[in-house]
Design a protein. Structure first.
Length: 102
């Protein structure tokens, strides 16, 4: 008696396209730019840039890799500019305060 069943075959896996971590880190960098100290945004942006650059170099085929790299770049630049501006304002206030003491 012959079996009417087909032999067992492993299922072919569909290629999984995962969202790049740089995309998530870029979004978080932009969000934390407005809701927390800018140093958090700067750290997340730098991490997103490094992961995005690695993904682009390896050609991993992840979707939103380049968009994540761009958002991480924007978050890094904006947080850096805000940090520098805050530092300049702090120095000006300190100099004005010291001038008022004398």
């Amino acid at each position: 008696m012959e079996s009417t069943r087909e032999p067992y075959r492993e299922k072919e896996e569909m290629p999984v396209q995962r969202t790049s971590a740089s995309f998530v880190l870029g979004i978080l960098s932009l969000v934390f730019l407005f809701v927390s100290p800018q140093i958090v945004s700067l750290i997340l942006g730098i991490a997103g840039l490094s992961i995005g650059a690695r993904d682009k170099k390896l050609g991993s085929g992840r979707i939103r890799g380049e968009e994540g790299w761009i958002m991480s770049l924007i978050g890094t630049v904006l947080s850096s500019l805000i940090l520098v501006l805050e530092l300049i304002i702090l120095i000006v206030f300190l100099l004005a305060f010291m001038e008022g003491i004398h």
